[in-house]
Write a protein that binds this ligand. Sequence first.
Ligand SMILES: [Zn+2]
Ligand SMILES: [Zn+2]
Length: 127
Amino acid sequence: MGQVSSKLRSAEDGGFFYWCQGCEEMHHVNAGWAFDGNLDAPTFTPSVLVQTGHYAPGWKGPDCWCTYNAAHPDNPSGYECRRCHTHIKGGIVQFLPDCTHNLAGQNLPLPDLPLALTDAADSSGSA
Ligand SMILES: [Zn+2]
Ligand SMILES: [Zn+2]
């Protein structure tokens, strides 16, 4: 789906993708989130909670991405176990203290999309 501002890409489900500085990956809000219509300084309600691996609801161990990665240091899964909990208000990302990454507790501007994830990168054909 297309890029709709320097910070957002639209999703097929009516929501958006944006870049998370804490997780260094795209996060997704679907049409179930309230959006204030500001593409450059968005507000999404309610908060966004991303939980992977053993942080995910209903996870049943003992095997996990973190244990796999620990057992295969030379060939890790490429996934990490992580919890990322943010409020996005007026283009500011409030990383709540329960995030597992090192931006927990910080308030930072929603970043521009990395160049590789913009439509400019698509049209140039470069990776
Ligand atoms: Zn995140
Ligand atoms: Zn884990």
